[in-house]
Design a protein around this ligand. Structure first.
Ligand code: NAD
Length: 447
């Protein structure tokens, strides 16, 4: 071998020629779209997940993520360019391994890095040289340096010499029709210049714009900052909604008009509360780290407090409306909840405010029917996947007329809102969908 050609050069050339083998750990909302983007770019990809049922679906060419087309998946699996597996050892031959496992919080709202640690420990067990390992899970600034690299080095190999480590946060926005894995600019970083450059080269193969930053710590902070920014601004607009509602001012009209200012105002929209795996969770990663450094995160804490109270506000508005217009209590009412996913046009129900709203209504004695075009059957509580299995009802005029109120929690595009407007006695709208579509309702309450 030419003495001037380094192992980094060899991997760079493999990435350029697409002969590098890529492994993805965790095939969820982030890992599966990534795996298909990488395969589309011409790499052979191995996807590992601990969930055998998911691997079974993938092998059968069935996608469980809206952004991934089943036919494309089936073609990849059949041609052998994408291999879903439950065997971790299948990743050993990979030149690049991307970790896309969940980073939840514990009941005490502390970071739970168990899945990241487990993935890193398994990779360390390979003791394989010249591999690039990229962490993509969202986490507190410092995780790659302080947690992942020490584990990867535990087998005796040294980061930056024997193998390389990068951090590249995932900015995927499920349900977003305008931006996806390949068009959202990618923040990339590495433990050292070679690691950063290899990470950038890898993502450049299938992402339009790559944005290198100085260190993994900075890249981790970029992701956390983006999500703290969203959490704080959503809380601000939710609080403003409550104030304006008491003043008889429509927050949606205010935002629409304020958005005409060409600078200095970015619109955020109110809603029934936060959901999903990111915005309600990630700020706690920063808060936890801040506590360790004896600093506080007052904005984060206040935003959390406001956002957490929103499902309760929606139930209170519903209760007031039932009392005012029907002289009924929640306990003696029939409510149809429209939309259970945490946001529009996706099926992800994790942490959705609909769960708390439904649980509260049922605890208070209401009869609750549910409709979500993205979910045929589901469990309304995160705490137990098997209990409280419920079915989405078929939305028809008779059922809607039979209800005291229709509560819009998530405004999926597929719902026939005209049918709802024509037949519902009362609509409680947390998303402004009825006014947005200019539909007349008998009674419409913004919540
Ligand atoms: N979902 C989003 O919109 C989104 C957006 C940006 C960033 N993120 C971040 O990306 C990461 C992944 O999130 P997600 O939404 O894809 O989660 P997910 O729950 O949809 O998918 C994670 C997958 O990892 C698997 N898994 C868990 N532990 C594993 C292990 N030890 N080894 C292999 N597989 C394992 C699970 O079975 C699951 O299929 C998180 O850090 C999240 O915060 C998510």
């Amino acid at each position: 071998m030419d003495a001037k050609v380094t192992n980094g050069d060899i991997l760079a050339e493999k990435l350029r020629s697409r002969s590098a083998k890529i492994g993805i750990i965790g095939l969820g909302y982030v890992g599966l779209p990534l795996a298909t983007a990488v395969t589309t770019a011409g790499f052979r990809t191995t996807g590992f997940d601990v969930n055998r049922s998911k691997i079974g679906h993938l092998r059968a060419g069935e996608s469980y993520v809206e952004a991934v087309d089943s036919q494309m998946l089936a073609d990849f699996v059949q041609s052998g360019t994408f291999s879903p597996t439950c065997k971790f050892l299948d990743l050993e031959a990979c030149d690049v391994i991307v970790i896309c496992v969940p980073t939840p919080i514990t009941e005490q709202r502390s970071p739970d890095l168990n899945q990241v640690i487990s993935a890193a420990e398994s990779i360390a067990g390979f003791r394989r040289r010249s591999q690039l390992v990229v962490l993509s899970s969202t986490t507190w600034p410092g995780t790659t340096d302080e947690v992942v690299i020490p584990i990867l080095q535990s087998g005796g190999l040294i980061s930056g010499i024997d193998f390389w480590v990068g951090y590249s946060p995932e900015r995927e926005d499920p349900g977003n029709q305008d931006f996806g894995t390949t068009t959202i600019p990618r923040i990339v970083s590495g433990d050292g210049e070679v690691a950063r450059s290899l990470t950038a080269r890898f993502y450049s193969a299938f992402v339009e714009t790559v944005v290198p930053v100085s260190t993994p710590r900075t890249a981790e902070a970029v992701k956390i900052t983006e999500n703290v920014y969203r959490a704080v601004n959503i809380a601000l607009v939710n609080e403003t909604k409550i104030i304006y509602d008491a003043m008889g001012i429509d927050i949606w009209e205010v935002i629409e008009a304020a958005s005409t200012k060409p600078f200095g105002f970015t619109p955020f929209y109110p809603g029934p509360g936060l959901g999903g795996h990111c915005i309600p969770v990630d700020p706690h990663y920063l808060a936890w780290k801040a506590r360790e450094l004896s600093t506080s995160t007052r904005f984060v804490d206040l935003a959390g407090e406001i956002n957490i109270s929103m499902p309760g506000y929606v139930v209170a508005k519903l209760g007031e409306a039932l009392d005012l217009h029907l002289r009924k209590s929640i306990g003696s009412s029939k409510i149809l909840v429209l939309g259970l996913a945490y946001k529009r046009n996706i099926s992800d129900i994790r942490g959705s405010p609909a769960q708390e709203i439904i649980e509260t209504l049922e605890k208070r004695g209401a009869e609750v029917l549910l409709h979500d075009p993205h979910l045929a059957e589901f469990s309304i509580t995160d705490r137990c996947s098997e209990c409280s299995r419920r079915k989405s009802i078929v939305l028809d005029a008779t059922t809607i007329r039979h209800m005291d109120a229709v509560l819009v929690v998530t405004d999926h595009d597929e719902v026939d809102y005209e049918l709802v407007a024509k037949n519902a006695g009362m609509v409680i709208d947390t998303r402004n969908v009825m006014r947005r579509l200019k539909l007349d309702c008998r009674v419409l309450v913004q919540a």
